[in-house]
Design a protein around this ligand. Structure first.
Ligand code: CO
Length: 150
């Protein structure tokens, strides 16, 4: 296991569109393990592979309901919208109000290549949307209606 370096805003990998995972091999599984350790170490609720310098479509989220690992995640349905506070491990000390879908259906693969289907609201839904944005090179500060430090 290992704690990876978290890339900070200004690093160009955070602005790139991440590439799909074509094969879930040992390298991908090891990356998932390292990402989980890195997220826990940083006290975060979500992490996307580009944040640890790997431009692949992989995210993890844990809002206190257990770890979710998603490979090639896609939002397949959404409903409503709500404003909520967000931060990002790549932008330490900065927070902002971001409008997100109130409910999303997200599909992707787990580490065993099995299709996963999650319907999420609240913090989980928000975290999933935030992490999927990272795969498109979008940071929450670009969507935020208000930004504050603290
Ligand atoms: Co983030």
């Amino acid at each position: 296991m290992a704690v990876l370096e978290i890339r900070k805003a200004g690093d160009k990998i955070l602005k790139e569109k991440a590439q799909p995972v074509l094969k879930i091999d040992k390298r991908v599984k090891k990356l998932l393990d390292y990402m989980a350790e890195t997220m826990v170490n940083a006290d975060g609720v979500g992490l996307a592979a580009p944040q640890v310098g790997v431009s692949l479509r992989i995210i993890i989220v844990d809002v206190g309901e257990g770890l979710i690992e998603l490979i090639n995640p896609v939002i397949t349905a959404c409903e409503g919208c709500e404003l909520g506070n967000e931060g990002c491990l790549s932008i330490p000390g900065v927070f902002g109000e971001v409008e997100r879908f109130a409910e999303v259906t997200v599909e992707g693969l787990n580490r065993f290549g099995k299709r996963v289907h999650i319907i999420a609201t609240g913090l989980l839904g928000r975290a999933l949307q935030h992490e999927i944005d990272h795969l498109e090179g979008i940071l929450f500060i670009e969507r935020a209606q208000t930004i504050h430090k603290g």
